[in-house]
Design a protein. Structure first.
Length: 85
């Protein structure tokens, strides 16, 4: 039995539904989004951002000293440590 009128695929919406399975935008790897979260944390609490990246190593203690000497040097160091990875 044939339907009367135009078929469903002649409408524009059909293209939208036809391309649902084609993902042109791949999701970001988890590492990139975690780096963004670490950078945001590093802006708020620089030593915590370095700790999440490096642990209790020398960079953490350097960042503690820089943050005590001035908040901005602590942020710059923390963002550098996170971004260099």
């Amino acid at each position: 039995m044939k339907r009367a009128g135009p078929s469903l695929c002649q409408y524009q919406e059909c293209e939208l539904f036809a391309n649902l399975g084609n993902n042109e935008h791949e999701p970001q790897p988890l590492g990139e989004s975690m780096d963004l979260i670490r950078i945001l944390i590093a802006i708020l609490v620089p030593p915590l951002g370095v700790f999440l990246q490096e642990g209790l190593g020398k960079h953490f203690w350097i960042n503690i000293i820089l943050t005590l000497l001035g908040y901005i040097p602590g942020i710059v160091h923390a963002v550098y440590i996170i971004a260099k990875k």
